[in-house]
Design a binder for this molecule. Structure first.
Ligand SMILES: Nc1ncnc2c1ncn2[C@@H]1O[C@H](COP(=O)(O)OP(=O)(O)OP(=O)(O)O)[C@@H](O)[C@H]1O
Length: 227
């Protein structure tokens, strides 16, 4: 599902964040990406959905090449195939990125509308998605009426409503108390049991330990397989 070969990332200001990193993630895996603040966890995920570009190496996601420096000239995925790939990905951010003036149901519907699905298909998908994240009763509320944990679960609903093959979750439990963190983890595990590949960053050792999934660690620009 994910293949990084010899990937380095240097920001224009000379900041070397990833250095010759290799990573293979198989379809259906659940992988935690750990490391201290500023280690490069978000940068790693951003390379996978094309929000940022590698400087060197090869980045492949679901058999699509996003970047490769192997030819005479670096290959960068053009906007159209990138948009096609992104339809198969779900992305969750720590800061939720919800639409404040739309209800929960509309927040979820928005993603599908942007993808051109019919109103009937959109209606059909909203119910099960909100149910999965435990927000069925709140479908007509607005984001500001939700707790932090509920807002994060809504952002999760938006990421999974298009049935992604790969879910990239950047600190989805970063702002949550232990109880809500566990709830988010359980939803991700349920998705994973349906075959969705999950990559999640976290600096919560308790959560990572408890979950028992594969762990990779970003440290000093390198990537280490921990478990
Ligand atoms: N656009 C940029 N230009 C220069 N440096 C950047 C840029 N974006 C990120 N960085 C630097 O790259 C490093 C890695 O950042 P990144 O956000 O990937 O870390 P992280 O491990 O996700 O941290 P956190 O856990 O705090 O979210 C940091 O030192 C950061 O300052």
């Amino acid at each position: 599902m994910v293949s990084l070969r010899g990937v380095s990332k240097v920001f224009p200001n000379g900041n070397l964040v990833l250095r010759d990193v290799d990573l293979e993630v198989r379809r259906g895996e659940f992988v935690f990406v750990t490391g201290v603040s500023g280690a490069g966890k978000s940068t790693l995920l951003r390379l996978l959905y094309g929000a940022d570009q590698a400087t060197q190496g090869t980045v492949m996601v679901d058999r699509v090449c996003l970047f490769s420096s192997e030819g005479h000239r670096p290959y960068r995925i053009p906007p159209r195939p990138l948009a096609m790939l992104r339809r198969r990905l779900g992305v969750v951010f720590q800061d939720y990125r919800l639409l404040a003036n739309r209800t929960l149901a509309e927040n979820v519907a928005f993603v599908l509308r942007a993808q051109g699905l019919s109103p009937a298909e959109i209606r059909r998908r909203i119910g099960p998605t909100l149910k999965m994240v435990g927000l069925t009763e709140k479908r007509d509320r607005f984001p500001h009426e939700l707790s932090g944990g509920e807002q994060q679960r809504l952002s999760l609903a938006r990421a999974i409503v298009n049935m992604p093959v790969l879910l990239l979750a950047d600190e989805p439990t970063g702002n949550l108390d232990p109880e809500n963190s566990l709830l988010v983890l359980q939803i991700l595990e349920r998705l994973n049991s349906f075959g969705v590949t999950i990559m999640m960053t976290s600096h919560d050792p308790y959560l990572v330990e408890r979950a028992g999934h594969r762990v990779v660690r970003v440290e000093g620009g390198r990537l280490y397989d921990m478990r």
